[in-house]
Design a protein around this ligand. Structure first.
Ligand SMILES: NC(=O)C1=CN([C@@H]2O[C@H](COP(=O)(O)OP(=O)(O)OC[C@H]3O[C@@H](n4cnc5c(N)ncnc54)[C@H](O)[C@@H]3O)[C@@H](O)[C@H]2O)C=CC1
Ligand SMILES: O=C([O-])CC(=O)C(=O)O
Length: 354
């Protein structure tokens, strides 16, 4: 296994003493940006241990961060070596986006400034959107055309849109933004209310923007109780809770974590990024998951913004779940978050002109 030192580019070897008894697939190249940061610190283990691409799929990790962070990144590379992970085929730490994105099959775009207490995620737009313009341009030049890209850095939906705009040779469908953390939060809130394990709640939806206008929607969610499936609204039997406390708890959960930790969610964000990419690569079956994708106008949403929808995935392709009934209450929420995305898009395009 080869690891490269950030400063020197020198190779060193790690004896993992692992005997692989059967034929493994060829390694895929996976990039994580912001690799010296908080989220990456939890994410890298999950990617390198097989939790994302499966227990038979070796990975070659490309780690991108900015030049001043190369020293810290060196420490991360050492720790990855020290994990002695059988699926980790190699590590390339770099501050050069074109080197980082070369031939990658999957990209976790995490590297961006996080918000602090009192900020909305869109306050990060002017600082972060240029990163996604530059990275779109680099992906366009050197990544595989079938690369699956997950934008985590905030404001995630609009950053994903900008990244796609600057990578015209890569299909729009390959750019997604992370709302899986919101989905996981919503699922967990519902499970707690119902007193069931979180695995027994499915098909909760996050609509729209990963922001405080998102609409966490339990109206189609299903819970398994005593071996039988039941509608969540029927099982909870408290519409007022589902329309108010539930929605606002999920909308404000990121801010609540910042208030408590003085830093934004990282452990749960990394878990959600792993869930999102795993489901995209390995499929969802008939479970619905929420992903920010370039809108085709489904459910009367604005086109050409990255909007979170319920999707299913098979053979590496996501498809928006169609045919759901949208109540008047939901319509208002879907429109509000859509309007915010249209405004953010305009602001981002203005920033990118400079
Ligand atoms: N979509 C979501 O659900 C969530 C999104 N986030 C967002 O994820 C982002 C990262 O959060 P953390 O890891 O906690 O932040 P962090 O500050 O701990 O790490 C960010 C890393 O990105 C690096 N970076 C900055 N500019 C870069 C560039 N141009 N190229 C490569 N790397 C660059 C920094 O040097 C730093 O190492 C933030 O924008 C945060 O708001 C956080 C939680 C959930
Ligand atoms: O709230 C933040 O700024 C970080 C984030 O996106 C989240 O935790 O959902």
């Amino acid at each position: 296994m080869s690891f490269l030192c950030c400063g020197t580019g020198e190779k060193f070897n790690v004896d993992t003493t692992v005997v692989v008894k059967h034929e493994m697939a060829a390694p895929i190249k996976v990039v994580v940006t912001g690799a010296a940061g908080q989220i990456a610190y939890s994410l890298l283990y999950q990617v390198a241990s097989g939790a994302v691409f499966g227990p038979e799929q070796p990975v070659y990790l490309h780690l991108l961060d900015i030049a001043p962070m190369m020293g810290v990144l060196e420490g991360v590379v050492m720790e990855l070596a020290d994990c002695a992970l059988p699926l980790l085929a190699g590590v390339l730490p770099t501050a050069n986006p074109e080197e980082a994105f070369k031939d990658v099959s999957a990209a976790f775009l995490v590297g961006a400034m996080p918000r602090r207490e009192g900020m909305e995620r869109k306050d990060l737009l002017s600082a972060n959107v240029r990163i996604f313009k530059e990275q779109g341009q680099a992906l366009d030049k050197v990544a595989r055309k079938d690369v699956k890209i997950l934008v985590v850095g905030n404001p995630a939906n609009t950053n994903a849109l900008i990244c796609s705009k600057y990578a015209p040779s890569i299909p729009k469908e390959n750019f997604t933004a992370m709302t899986r953390l919101d989905q996981n939060r919503a699922q967990s809130q519902l499970a707690a209310k119902l007193g069931v394990p979180v695995k027994d709640v499915k098909n909760v939806i996050i609509w729209g923007n990963h922001s405080s206008t998102q609409f966490p929607d339990a109206s189609n969610a299903i819970v398994t109780i005593g071996g039988a499936e039941k509608s969540v609204p029927k099982a909870i039997n408290d519409d007022e809770f589902l329309k108010t406390t539930f929605v606002s708890t999920v909308q404000k959960r990121g801010a609540a974590v910042i208030a408590a930790r003085k830093m934004s969610s990282a452990l749960s964000a990394a878990k959600a990024a792993s869930d999102h990419m795993r489901d995209w690569f390995l499929g969802t079956g008939d479970r619905w998951v929420s992903m920010g994708v370039v809108s085709d106008g489904s459910y009367g949403t604005p086109r050409d913004v990255v909007y979170s929808f319920p999707v299913t995935v098979s053979n590496g392709k996501w498809k928006i779940v169609q045919g759901l009934t949208i109540s008047d209450f939901a319509r208002e929420k879907l429109d509000l978050t859509g309007k915010e995305l249209v405004e953010e898009k305009q602001d981002a395009l203005d920033v990118c002109k400079d």
